[in-house]
Design a protein around this ligand. Structure first.
Ligand code: HAM
Length: 432
């Protein structure tokens, strides 16, 4: 039995990698003053058919529920955010700076970097129309990627302005009902042959290609770049009017992050969507908004291809999974004493494991190594003394059971754990 196409099983190794990615996302978002929120996985289908744009609607996982409601699994979080903000905006001081890590579902053709479910870090700023907010968000996107060990030669954030294209369509007298379609053609133009795009664009092809070839500029984007330069982040960004974004609700500065090698799909994408909240609330609430999302799938691919990022991930997985202490029970008569100690050690925050059933001493040491334990403690003939073995250096020390906790706290290989632990052992606990 396999999972459905485009769905993943997360074995412990994969979960550790996922946790590492989520931890970096959370840590950097908090550094920027964002707070976490979430919404439901299932929403009324209307929420997406109204405003997300044609492409995403064809990819919906939707069905009729037992109460005859038309529902869809969220393909993205932005419409939910707009709904939630419209309902609760009075409860919060603006601007809101919210982040979330939803699992999203899109019935896409499965290919490299595209699955039918993915996790997406979202960060959005609501209630701020200054261009400084756009800059802040692009800086956050850069810093999120830097947190994984990527440098300026690994990725680039390409920044564009949808307003620029809308002005272009206006000056070309294109009727408003055709705008979305043309923006989609421009969005896809990089991924298809010029001739094909030219046929689709008709008389707009020539002026549009001029802009795409870098012969058009935007004063707004120059300001964005200058502000990023002040932060020392200019090397990570490029102005590129070829970015338009596939989703329909964007209204201003938009951006997408890509690997420099250009081999992978977009790592992240987003922009300003000042009209969405008003549109979804039928004008009841109107707030400027902007945000972006970064997916775990493409990010994972780029980590796999970049040595510095791969090493960081490897260390993080080992740190997450490794044990601190393995208790070797050499004599079954010592099992009760060992268990009392195991309880005391766990109370202090150490990660401790042992064999649930009687096993040969050699086998127990082997398991200790396999589980990445830093220290093995042998309970055997020497009781009430125990033998503490540091597995990396093979150093051994015979210690009185009473002194064991103090001794472990002094070991450099366990010091990070002891410092991190905020768990106090219960008073008069099983520590004998
Ligand atoms: P999006 O560009 O559709 O934007 O998705 C953002 C990121 O999610 C993509 O760059 C990609 O890394 C990842 N992603 C999307 N679809 C898939 C898939 N099928 N498989 C794997 N990864 C995928 C949005 O969703 C906007 N709602 C972002 C946003 C937030 N705009 C404003 N606030």
């Amino acid at each position: 039995m396999q999972p459905l196409p485009g769905f993943r099983d997360f074995l412990p190794q994969d979960c550790a990698a996922r946790n590492y990615i989520f931890d970096r996302w959370r840590e950097v978002a908090r550094r920027y003053g964002f707070v976490e929120w979430d919404g439901p996985v299932l929403e009324p289908t209307d929420l997406y058919t109204k405003k997300s744009g044609a492409e995403i609607v064809t990819q919906l996982f939707n069905f009729t529920d037992k109460g005859e409601r038309e529902v869809a699994m969220r393909p993205e979080l932005t419409p939910t955010l707009a709904r939630v903000v419209a309902a609760h905006e009075r409860e919060f001081k603006k601007p809101l700076k919210w982040f979330s890590i939803p699992q999203c579902f899109r019935y896409e053709k499965q290919q490299r970097g595209r699955l039918r479910e993915h996790f997406q870090f979202n960060a959005d700023i609501i209630g701020e129309d200054s261009l400084d907010a756009d800059v802040e968000l692009i800086a956050l996107c850069v810093d999120l990627l830097r947190a994984f060990g990527f440098a300026a030669n690994d990725f680039v954030v390409r920044v564009s302005d949808r307003e620029f294209w809308i002005d272009f369509l206006r000056t070309q007298n294109v009727p408003e009902e055709n705008w979305q379609e043309i923006l989609q053609i421009i969005d896809r133009s990089e991924r298809e042959p010029r001739e094909k795009t030219a046929v689709k664009l008709g008389p707009l092809a020539e002026p549009a290609f001029k802009i795409l070839d870098g012969k058009g500029g935007s004063e707004k984007l120059d300001r964005v770049l200058a502000a990023l330069r002040v932060r020392g982040l200019a090397d990570f960004v490029e102005i590129d009017l070829g970015i338009v974004r596939g989703l329909a609700y964007y209204s201003g500065v938009v951006f997408e992050a890509f690997d420099r090698g250009g081999k992978l799909r977009a790592l992240a994408g987003g922009g300003r969507y000042d009209n969405l909240i008003a549109q979804l609330s039928d004008g009841a609430v109107s707030l400027p908004a902007l945000g972006f999302a970064m997916g775990d799938v493409v990010l994972g691919e780029l980590i796999g291809e970049t040595q510095a990022a791969r090493e960081k991930l490897g260390t993080a997985i080992a740190t997450e999974q490794n044990l601190d202490i393995y208790i070797v029970i050499a004599k079954e008569e010592r099992r009760a004493d060992a268990l009392a100690k195991i309880q005391a050690l766990r109370d202090r925050g150490y990660r401790v494991d042992y064999s649930l059933t009687a096993a040969k001493v050699g086998k127990q040491f082997q398991t200790a190594e396999q589980l990445g334990a830093r220290v093995a403690i042998l309970f055997g003939d020497e009781w009430p003394q125990v033998r503490v073995k540091t597995l990396a250096s093979r150093e051994e020390q015979l210690i009185g059971n009473e002194e064991m906790l103090a001794y472990l706290a002094s070991l450099p290989s366990l010091s990070s754990r002891a410092e991190r632990s905020d768990v106090e052992g219960p008073r008069g606990s099983t520590d004998r």
